[in-house]
Ligand binder design. Structure first.
Ligand code: WQD
Length: 345
């Protein structure tokens, strides 16, 4: 019998791509989403891509414990992938209470329900932001976490620790919880079908949606934040991971949990490509692969940005049997195809 994976935040950008890969790998998917930062576009896209139009969908807020319990009562959940969270760094600085309440309470509710329903495998969507301005690059999973510079980043660290503690406390009990935290670097791009992708509300904070919106004429000009950093071309270095590759890492991690291949009850993996790419290089590749000129200018540094971060991916490569495959060119072509798909709608 196929196993069932609950994807909280499954109608969003990463959740929808993960749902597709899970279904394509033979898992049953149950989606929970409160639709606070998305519409039904991506969920409808998941159904189209997979040809599966009976995916159970719960429009619930994971901060409401009763709703989460009802879902666990109705569905036999073998694993949970928890995405449901707020994710805007700047907003979290302005509204810390809202961020802590939403991101912590929803995760606590998922864990409590999982524990009380005979235990579960829980995959938490964490972030490379936990490393801060790392001194030694690339970062391994052993690289020390630095104090978070925003409430958003802090919720990622806190949720990692909560998961670790719950795994420890439930070991050997009836409601054993096992956990994996995946630390994402910079997820970008869209599904090759161009039926699902990133749908930022308002002015995008992230680089690639800002680029595609500038190319399509929704924004006038891209500001490249800082060209006087101590890097080769003066712009920041990041590890841009293709969204479909990222989604496949989730399938590998879920399989590891469900097939009892974990070496510890709680494990952490970096999910990146291992290759640093500068902002300027990314813009250049985007222009070249899509055959267009982007309107951009150099602007002052953005407060809070780290100069450079990229992943040591060996642990994920070896233990998950996973590695990033899609070339940056293809990823940036997919991001543009998705923006054009949105423009035609
Ligand atoms: C990448 C690079 C910018 C916009 C953040 C969060 C992280 C994660 C992903 C998610 C930087 C530069 C950007 C622009 C630019 N969380 N840039 N002009 O900051 O690495 O990571 O998003 O949900 O936790 O911190 O990603 O895409 O914002 O920026 O020059 O208009 O692009 O300065 O060097 P970041 P980003």
């Amino acid at each position: 019998m196929s196993k069932t994976v609950l994807v909280s935040g499954g109608a969003g950008y990463i959740g929808s791509h993960v749902s597709v890969e899970l279904i394509n790998s033979g898992y049953n998917v149950v989606v929970a989403d409160n639709m606070s930062n998305c519409d039904m576009t991506c969920f409808e896209g998941v159904k189209k891509i997979t040809g599966k139009d009976d995916i159970p969908f719960y429009q619930i807020d994971c901060c409401d414990y009763e709703s989460v319990v009802k879902l666990f009562d109705e569905q036999k959940i073998d694993a949970v992938i928890h995405f449901a969270a707020y994710k805007a760094v700047g907003e979290s600085v302005a509204q810390p209470i809202m961020y802590y309440r939403n991101n912590l309470v929803s995760f606590l509710n998922i864990l409590e329900a999982a524990k009380n329903h005979g235990g579960c495998n829980v995959l938490f969507s964490s972030s490379a932001t936990v490393y801060g301005e790392a001194q030694d690059l690339p970062v391994t999973e052993q690289t020390p976490r630095l104090p978070a510079t925003s409430p958003y980043g802090n919720t990622k660290q806190m949720c990692e620790d909560i998961l670790r503690d719950v795994v420890k406390a439930t070991a050997g009990s009836e409601g054993v919880v096992k956990g994996i935290a995946l630390r994402y670097f910079n997820p970008i791009g869209a599904h090759p079908s161009a039926l699902i992708g990133e749908l930022p509300r308002g002015v995008p904070n992230n680089l690639v949606p800002f680029i595609t919106q500038t190319a399509v004429g929704k924004r006038e000009c891209l500001s490249i934040f800082g060209n006087d950093y101590p890097t080769e071309d003066g712009t920041c270095l990041r590890d841009y991971i293709d969204i479909v590759d990222l989604a496949k890492a989730h399938v590998a991690a879920v399989a590891r949990m469900l097939d009892d291949r974990m070496k510890e009850g709680y494990e952490i993996f970096n999910v990146g490509t291992g290759r640093p790419v500068s902002v300027y290089e990314l813009v250049t590749v985007f222009e070249k692969v899509n055959g267009l000129k982007l309107n951009y200018k150099f602007a002052p540094r953005r407060p809070g940005d780290v100069v450079a971060i990229w992943a040591d991916t060996r642990l994920a490569n070896e233990e998950l049997g996973w590695q990033a495959e899609r070339p940056l060119e293809e990823t940036l072509a997919s991001a543009w195809a998705w923006e054009k798909h949105l423009a035609e709608k």
